[in-house]
Ligand binder design. Sequence first.
Ligand SMILES: *[C@@H]1O[C@H](CO)[C@@H](O)[C@H](O)[C@H]1NC(C)=O
Ligand SMILES: *[C@@H]1O[C@H](CO)[C@@H](O)[C@H](O)[C@H]1NC(C)=O
Length: 148
Amino acid sequence: MGSLFCILAFALLLPLACATSIKYCDNSGDYVVKVSDVKISPNPVVPGKPTTFDISASTGQNLSNGKVVIRVTYFGVQVHTETHDLCEEISCPITAGKFVLSHTQSLPIFTPPGLYTLRITMEDELNQQLTCISFNFSIRFGSLVFNS
Ligand SMILES: *[C@@H]1O[C@H](CO)[C@@H](O)[C@H](O)[C@H]1NC(C)=O
Ligand SMILES: *[C@@H]1O[C@H](CO)[C@@H](O)[C@H](O)[C@H]1NC(C)=O
């Protein structure tokens, strides 16, 4: 996932490119769905416009149903959650192997400067976690660095 770190740091206009990284929520990364890359467009993010995340991943099993949960925390406090039907974002069933999930993110605009963490989780129909990735981004001086 090396290039992913840099792409995201760039997309989010972070001051220290590549100092921020994508992590699996569970350090072992022992998930049914493995994420190999995330492409963000537009890149750089345009304030006030929706941003699309193309998440390249592979699944070890067929997926016929599930959901995508986005959580945003601000200094560790959850400030936003949204849940989407997996099959609204990609045509189901997803057969075992590689796939690309396109997610257009429409988080509210955050004005308080500080450290935010965005966490993207995929769950199957039994609420079992299929994968979970997270990354940090920062907003400084109340300016909009990442609004998607
Ligand atoms: C996944 O779906 C494909 C196509 O429908 C099928 O051929 C395959 O046997 C399924 N695999 C599993 C593990 O269920
Ligand atoms: C985000 O920042 C927190 C606090 O500094 C840190 O513990 C965590 O590892 C970071 N997460 C990522 C994905 O870099």
